[in-house]
Design a protein around this ligand. Sequence first.
Ligand code: VGL
Ligand code: ZN
Length: 206
Amino acid sequence: MSDEIRPNDALIVVDVQNDFCPGGALAVADGDAVVPLVNRLMPRFPIVVLTQDWHPAGHASFASAHGRAPFETIDLDYGRQILWPDHCVQGSRGAEFHPALEASRAQMIVRKGFHAGVDSYSGFVEADRRTATGLAGYLRDRGAGRVFVCGLATDFCVAWTALDARAAGFPVVLVEDACRAIDLDGSLDRAFADMAAAGVERVPAI
Ligand code: VGL
Ligand code: ZN
């Protein structure tokens, strides 16, 4: 992208946590490769937000909570839910940010997925599509202009966060080199199609 980062642009760094990195409970291939890129991006933005997947033990998104196998789907009261291995359990090492992530660069950390019965891929609105995290209000209060999104995983939490940033009225830019995907049954193609339809701009790097 040719134009410069502007004085009110925000960067949202999604879920750069141990469980989404190699060796973690829900490892994204090459997930830790985003860490140096994110570390270089953060100091360039006046507004920096981290999201942190933050589930209680026995969370409704965990296959183990339903006696099912990971990556099966189930219908919960708010809709279809992919069942995941137990991951990002509150207070666990897996839920911590990657140790090399310079988390001190962020002014705000948004935890999500903390309601036992509701998942939240998005940093803005939970999977019931009603319960807000407060992030839209935070960004508005800070006077945010554009919202740049990066992190893990492109096709789940990054995409849902980007889509909800659009829905909240922000221009959104996905920074592709600072993302990695899970890619489950075509989820990455679908995520790119959904983001394109919603007007999310995609740039290889900034
Ligand atoms: C995520 C699945 C479950 C993500 C979080 O960060 O993309 N994916 N929880
Ligand atoms: Zn999760």
